[in-house]
Design a protein. Structure first.
Length: 144
């Protein structure tokens, strides 16, 4: 069986005291990372770019840099994590996502390396966050 491809745009902001990643609260499904299915013929970088805009309204001019892939996030899925460059973003914002039933998503930042204390995180996204942190640490160790 072929795994379903998922792309997860990784949007970071670097501060003196640490690095944050964009997250959002789905009104029905709790705290999440942005992610979406890779369409036939689409590359993960393009999917990440598209999903970032569709879910958050945030444009990116480039497809980004593939951090890595992980087949251990969810059964039958292969997640690709793509670092997406964007302009400065506010501390929080809301966006009505029309490709997900018109839900209003509330965006904010989560500090990497800190516990995901909100019980509203699905275990899939807890595993995805751990994978992102591991990939970022590996790239930092080799100087990327």
């Amino acid at each position: 069986m072929t795994a379903i491809g998922k792309a997860c745009p990784v949007v970071l902001r670097h501060r003196e005291d640490g690095t944050d990643i964009v997250v959002f609260r789905h009104p029905l499904a709790g705290m999440q990372l942005i992610k979406g299915s890779i369409e036939p013929g689409e590359k993960p970088g393009r999917t990440a770019q598209r999903e970032l805009f569709e879910k958050s309204g945030v444009p990116t001019q480039a497809e980004g840099h593939l951090l890595g892939s992980d087949a251990e996030i969810a059964d039958g899925q292969l997640w690709h994590f793509v670092l997406c460059p964007v302009a400065d973003l506010p501390d929080s914002w809301s966006f009505r996502c029309f490709d997900d039933g018109g839900h209003l998503f509330a965006f904010s930042w989560h500090r990497l390396g800190t516990p995901m204390a909100d019980a509203d995180w699905d275990p899939v996204f807890v595993r995805a966050m751990a994978s992102i942190e591991r990939m970022l640490d590996e790239q930092a160790q080799v100087g990327l």
